[in-house]
Design a protein around this ligand. Sequence first.
Ligand SMILES: [Zn+2]
Ligand SMILES: [Zn+2]
Length: 195
Amino acid sequence: MTNLFVKNDSPHRRFAKSSLAGHTFMTSLRKPLRLNVGFIVSADVGFSNEFPFDYEKIQVDEELDLRNFRGSAIVGRTPQGLLLTGGFEATISAQCVRCLRDFDYTIHWEMTELYAFNEKSVTDSGLILSDDAHIELAPLVRDYALTEVPISPVCKPDCQGLCAECGQDLNIKDCGHHPDQDDTPFASLKDLLKN
Ligand SMILES: [Zn+2]
Ligand SMILES: [Zn+2]
């Protein structure tokens, strides 16, 4: 599948047509994660349809761009609502906490959510299918993706970080500075143990 959505795309190309297993649906480039599921609502219980995603770049949060966003969502008709199960991956930019360099980090997640037909069937997520029979996946994708963003990303397990004295990236070269023994956490720990 070709990439249908890139940020800053021309406003004149708001919609792209894509064909999937004989079923043609419209994907809005402004809302690339909005699914038209009316045909599933009107189908028999047990019917399901897969929606594949492959976007070069989408923005789901002011702070978070997802690149190479790929995956698929299967939306199935149940008596209580539409059950969505999906698996996704995306590349994000992260800053290494040791050497402060930006690097690409791949996140993956799976999700299962019920879009209930009415209040009676609603789950803890509180999702109810909208009257216009569309599922807007963006807020869910945002929430799931944000929980996968590492709190202390490290560019590689053996990243040497920056020299505390001159700021040299120690992955590139050793500047020759060595931390003063008294400044290490072990030194202060020793002081504590003495008292
Ligand atoms: Zn690093
Ligand atoms: Zn140094």
